[in-house]
Design a protein around this ligand. Structure first.
Ligand SMILES: Nc1ncnc2c1ncn2[C@@H]1O[C@H](COP(=O)(O)OP(=O)(O)OP(=O)(O)O)[C@@H](O)[C@H]1O
Ligand SMILES: [Mg+2]
Length: 409
């Protein structure tokens, strides 16, 4: 356990934020100097500082010497690649992931080995916050914001799956959100395919436990087939994304527990509490998409990411109607999540959409082009019509009376 220097409470080892006051532990606690900081790697990269550490390795901000450009280096933990065959497979996976070229997937720039045999991956440096931090800071998201973020993740997954790369480790720490002028939630998916290294370094037949019984991975987001250690396809990523979306919409994980085994068992056997029960006012069509993504059997999920994206956009259509041409654009009223802390009520999020667009965009109108028409108060309309009729009747009666008075006698 580490002590938070702000509130003095204990935080579990490895936590980046204090569970009591939210302070950033890594930034506040004095760490022993990382031996890689200040070193030059492969004669190409100067390591500037450590950004974070995960199960697979540590992330460093570094500078590409020749280009004088900031990059991020992921240096894998030594115990993951102990055998020559592991290193070879790592190179194969890294090569496959580096071919991925999509605006919503992080660009992998290079990979190799440090002088003392550590494997590393060089990638673009992202200045935003990861989804874990955004959820912590701002609480659960509105339907629109969730759809906008998920659509970008699905775009990246669609591209990756078509290239034969399965992510295997979708979780909030692997989603970076950058605030751009054109998109307040521009998404980059990190660590495509890297979890495969964890799998082949672990047990041959289970991605969940190694031969020594050590648990790898993030069971909160693992698909049932991944927990069972089966061969995976893109639908496993769709399940993990379903868990992520559930968390974005409700602010809570569908399955949690005191032990990894408890969480894993829930994924295998328990249905999650339906979102329509958990989140008052949620668009039921969006909730239905999430429950299809989280189907226990992969055959019951969407066939692929493109189909899921279409369903998600169609669900958003269900709740909002297109703005008639020429009418002034208005903000769609936001859900008011109690957990939300900092979100600006005037944020332009319901009007701005994903920067990356796919071929499917033409099939369905994206959420950012649609909004709710203002409610029409029908009682007021009826009163207006009745008054008009009364006015016309009074006028006719007046004219008739004048005729009768003038000519009738
Ligand atoms: N390219 C990057 N640019 C900027 N920050 C990054 C980059 N990659 C990762 N990070 C930050 O570093 C944190 C740690 O990343 P890392 O991948 O090492 O750990 P993790 O995702 O929590 O676990 P795992 O090792 O299982 O992937 C991320 O949550 C993110 O905030
Ligand atoms: Mg990661």
């Amino acid at each position: 356990m580490a002590a938070c220097p702000t509130c003095s409470n204990s935080a579990p080892d490895g936590s980046r934020f204090c569970p009591f006051c939210g302070g950033k532990l890594a930034a506040l606690v004095r760490k022993p100097q990382d031996p890689l900081v200040g070193k030059v790697i492969d004669n190409k990269y100067v390591v500037l500082e450590r950004i974070g550490t995960g199960a697979m390795g540590s992330i460093y901000k570094a500078e590409h010497r020749a280009l004088s450009k900031q990059i991020a280096l992921k240096v894998l933990h030594r115990h993951l690649l102990t055998e020559e065959s592991h290193v070879k497979r790592f190179h194969r996976e890294a090569k496959a992931a580096s071919r991925l070229n999509h605006p919503n997937a992080i660009a992998m720039l290079d990979f190799g080995q440090t002088e003392d045999g550590l494997s590393y991956i060089a990638m673009e440096f992202l200045p935003g916050r990861d989804l874990c931090r955004v959820l912590f800071d701002e609480g659960r998201f509105s339907d629109e914001r969730t759809i906008r973020i998920s659509a970008q993740i699905l775009d990246a997954l669609d591209e990756a799956h078509a290239a034969g790369v399965i992510h295997r480790d979708l979780k909030p720490e692997n989603i970076m959100i950058e605030k751009l002028r054109s998109n307040p939630d521009f998404v980059k998916v990190l660590d495509f395919g890297i979890a495969k290294i964890r799998d082949f370094a672990g047990s041959e037949n289970s991605s969940f436990k190694t031969a020594t019984g050590m648990v790898f991975g993030t069971p909160e987001y693992m698909s049932p087939e991944q927990i069972r250690g089966e061969e995976l396809d893109g639908r496993s990523d769709l399940y993990s994304l379903g868990v992520l979306i559930y968390q974005m919409l409700s602010g809570e994980l569908p399955f949690s527990g005191d032990s990894v085994l408890e969480v894993a068992t829930a994924h295998l056997t328990q249905p999650p509490i339906p979102l329509v029960e958990k989140v008052p006012g949620i668009n039921p069509a969006v909730a239905a998409v999430v429950s299809k993504l989280m189907a226990k059997k992969r055959d019951d999920r969407f066939e692929n990411a493109a189909e899921a994206r279409n369903a998600m956009m169609a669900a958003s259509e269900n709740a909002v109607r297109p703005v008639p041409p020429g009418r002034k654009s208005e903000q769609r009223p936001q859900q008011a999540p109690e957990a939300r802390i900092n979100a600006s009520p005037s944020s332009p999020e319901s009007r701005l959409g994903p920067t990356a667009r796919s071929a499917h965009d033409d099939d369905v109108a994206p959420a950012f082009l649609t909004e709710v028409n203002p409610p029409v108060n029908s009682n007021v309309q009826i009163v207006k019509v009745v008054l008009m009729i009364a006015l016309v009747a009074a006028l006719v009666a007046g004219i008739a009376a004048w005729f009768w008075m003038s000519y009738g006698q």
